[in-house]
Design a protein around this ligand. Sequence first.
Ligand SMILES: C=CC1=C(C)c2cc3[nH]c(cc4nc(cc5[nH]c(cc1n2)c(C)c5CCC(=O)O)C(CCC(=O)O)=C4C)c(C)c3C=C
Ligand SMILES: [Fe+2]
Ligand SMILES: [Fe+2]
Length: 341
Amino acid sequence: MTDHALLLVNLGSPASTSVADVRRYLNQFLMDPYVIDLPWPVRRLLVSLILIKRPEQSAHAYASIWWEEGSPLVVLSRRLQQAMTAQWTQGPVELAMRYGEPSIESALVRLASQGHKKITLAPLYPQFADSTVTTVIEEAKRVVREKKLDVQFSILQPFYDQPEYLDALVASAKPYLMQEHDHLLLSFHGLPERHLTKLDPTGFHCFKDADCCRNAPPEVMATCYRAQCIRTAELFAQRMGLKGGQWSVSFQSRLGRAKWIEPYTEARLEELAKSGVKKILVMCPAFVADCIETLEEIGDRGREQFRAAGGEELVLVPCLNDEAQWAQALSTLCERAPIAL
Ligand SMILES: C=CC1=C(C)c2cc3[nH]c(cc4nc(cc5[nH]c(cc1n2)c(C)c5CCC(=O)O)C(CCC(=O)O)=C4C)c(C)c3C=C
Ligand SMILES: [Fe+2]
Ligand SMILES: [Fe+2]
C-alpha cells in the first residue's frame, strides 16, 4: 500500500492563554452539538452562561501548565506526528485539531491538493464517545462534502482493548508502578450520563445496576464510553498483575449541573486519602497526550485535594505522548483501520 496519507486528530487547545483566545476556543468546543447535545437555542444560552466566568478560570489554569513552545497537548501531538513519520511509510503524516489550529479543514484541503486520495483518519481517543470520535468523523465528512474533495477515508477504530495500545501503556507506566505506592487510580475523562443512555441500543442496559459496564453485551460495549474505560482498566491491571484493591477507576473533568458518570475522581481521591492511602499513582488512559486535564486537574488540583484529605504524595504517570512503542503501536492500529462506508 503506497500513497496513503495519515491524518492524526486530537482535541485542540486555545491559541494562547489570553482570556479572549480561551473564550474563542471554549465557544467553538462547547457549541459543538456532539459535546453539548442540546437544541441550538438552549445550547447557545447555556454556553453563553458558561462563557461569563469559565474563560478567565481556564486561562489561569492554562497559564499554569503552558510551555514555551505552546499548549502541551498540541506540542506533544506534534512530537507524536514526527515519531509517526518514521513508522508510517505509505505516505505523509499530518496533524489536525478538532478545535482551534491546525484545523481538520486545512489539513484535508492540503492533502487533497497534493493528490492524496486515500487518507486514514485517526481520532486519537482509545475509547469511543460522540463528543470526541463522532465529531471528528463528521467534521472530516463535512469538509469533503463542502470542498468537493476526491478522497476516501479509512477510520481508526476505538482501540481501548487492543493489545498494541495496552502493551504500550504497560511499558510506559511500568517504571512508575515499580515504585512503592499504596494505590493506582485510573482516572478517565468523564461524560454526562445522558451521552451513554442515548446510545444504549437495548434502551435499558445503561445504569440498570452498579455492574452494567462490567457485564455489557457486545452491542452495548461498541458505543459505551464507560464500559470501554472500565475494560481498558481491567485489561491493564491484568497485564500488570495487579490485584483487586490495589487499583480503581474514576472519572474527572465534570462540567455543568447534569449528572456525569461516576465515581468522580475528586471524591475518589478524598476517599482514598481518608482510608489511609499515603502514596497514590494516578494515570489517565483516556488521554494519549498530556494536557490541561492531566497536568493541571490531576497534577496540580488533584494533588492538593489528596494532600488536604490526609494523603502524602500523588505521582502523575505521564500519558503515552511521543513514546517510540506507542508510535509503533499506533501505526499498526492505523494499518488495520477499515475503509469507511
Ligand atoms: C478523552 C476524551 C474526552 C472526552 C470524552 C471529552 C468530553 C467532554 N469534554 C468537555 C469539556 C471540556 N473538556 C476540556 C478539555 C479537554 N477534554 C479532552 C478530552 C475529552 N473531552 C482533552 C484532551 C482536553 C484538554 C484540552 C487541552 O487544551 O489541553 C475543556 C477545556 C478545559 C477547561 O476549560 O477546563 C472543557 C470545557 C465536555 C463538556 C465533554 C463531553 C460532553
Ligand atoms: Fe473534555
Ligand atoms: Fe454501563
